[in-house]
Design a protein around this ligand. Structure first.
Ligand SMILES: C[S@@+](CC[C@H](N)C(=O)[O-])C[C@H]1O[C@@H](n2cnc3c(N)ncnc32)[C@H](O)[C@@H]1O
Length: 306
């Protein structure tokens, strides 16, 4: 018997193999992006010494990119393998996710911009339908694009410093994050409208968008939900509670079950609880279970929807 309204400490890739099929109504997860945000986010075997380095960004970045290292330029084969290794990691759990979801159920995944395509390929190859890519617009984001002229100035190269004034290296300010929208194919021999009647899954609820989306076009696939003061301090990759509430209420009904296999501080579970959905959260780090339990400490009970 698989428990609901529960937080599980352990490796979700192994734990989900023991879950029954066609069990949860939605999987909503901010998965590791594979960019070295912490030890749990290193999903490759590259031992390039740029990782774990001591550049100013790594030292002053509050630990965020401690293990990310310098940008890799694809010099070595092990650099080039990183994206493929990320895809293999996604493939190691995608099949279980498809199995435990009910037909027509949604899977929303926060994936990093650099490797999101690998995640899409992994889930598509295992049988998910890739429906859309939402853009979550943030109100701010750290930006570390070095000025090229400064680099030359420090080298004493005034000629190139003048020539490259106004040019920068690295990325534009990363003000959006993709949210990948997948669906488990609805039952064979029926239409999506039949699936909605049979499983309560397959459609989306526009009132969720009108309640939470600050974009002028509330039904656009650009989502504007600003983080509040309470949306930080529990996890290095903490997501806004209201954003998770939007995603949950977009595709589920009260009483349905939402699973987050990479739950961190439990934001998805807290949002599910606020909206009277059942939740199951899994995380590999014990401290995250303690944090999430505190957020979810009040008891609640109601019927499971079909
Ligand atoms: C991006 S964070 C999620 C943060 C979350 N959105 C929040 O608001 O707190 C991903 C989480 O996945 C966890 N994790 C990584 N690998 C895991 C695994 N194999 N099984 C379970 N959890 C894992 C990490 O410990 C980390 O807390």
């Amino acid at each position: 018997m698989t428990e609901i309204d529960t937080l599980i400490h352990g490796d979700s890739i192994e734990i989900l193999k023991t879950f029954p099929g066609n069990f949860v109504h939605a999987i909503i997860s901010d998965i590791p992006y594979g960019i070295g945000c912490g030890d749990w986010d290193i999903l490759h075997s590259n031992t390039n010494s740029a990782y774990g380095g001591s550049s100013p960004a790594q030292v002053s970045g509050g630990g965020l990119f401690k293990r990310r290292g310098k940008p890799l330029n694809g010099w070595s084969q092990s650099d080039k393998n990183i994206p493929r290794e990320y895809q293999s990691w996604c493939e190691s759990w995608a099949g279980s996710w498809l199995r435990v979801l009910k037909p027509g159920g949604t899977c929303f995944i926060f994936a990093g911009r650099r490797y999101a395509h690998r995640c899409i390929t992994a889930l598509e190859d295992c049988g998910f339908t890739f429906r859309d890519m939402l853009s979550w617009e943030k109100n701010n984001a750290p930006h570390r694009a070095q000025r090229l002229s400064e680099i030359y100035r420090r080298r004493g190269d005034s000629q190139n410093a003048a020539k490259w004034e106004g040019w920068r290296v690295a990325n534009l300010r990363p003000l959006f994050e993709p949210i990948l929208w997948f669906q488990k194919p609805y039952r064979t021999g029926g239409t999506i409208a039949d699936n909605v009647i049979d499983y309560g899954l397959g459609a989306w609820n526009e009132s969720a968008m009108s309640k939470y989306n600050a974009h002028d076009d509330i039904c656009s696939n650009i989502i504007r939900v600003a983080a509040s003061q309470n949306d930080s301090g529990l996890h290095i990759a903490q997501k806004p509670l209201k954003l998770m509430e939007l995603l949950i209420s977009l595709v589920t009904l009260e009483g349905q079950i939402v699973l987050d296999p990479f739950m961190g501080s439990g934001t998805t579970c807290a949002a599910a609880k606020n909206l009277r959905r059942h939740y199951i959260g899994i995380d590999i780090e014990a401290q995250n279970i303690i944090t999430a339990k505190e957020r979810l400490s009040a008891n609640f009970q109601y019927e499971i929807a079909k």
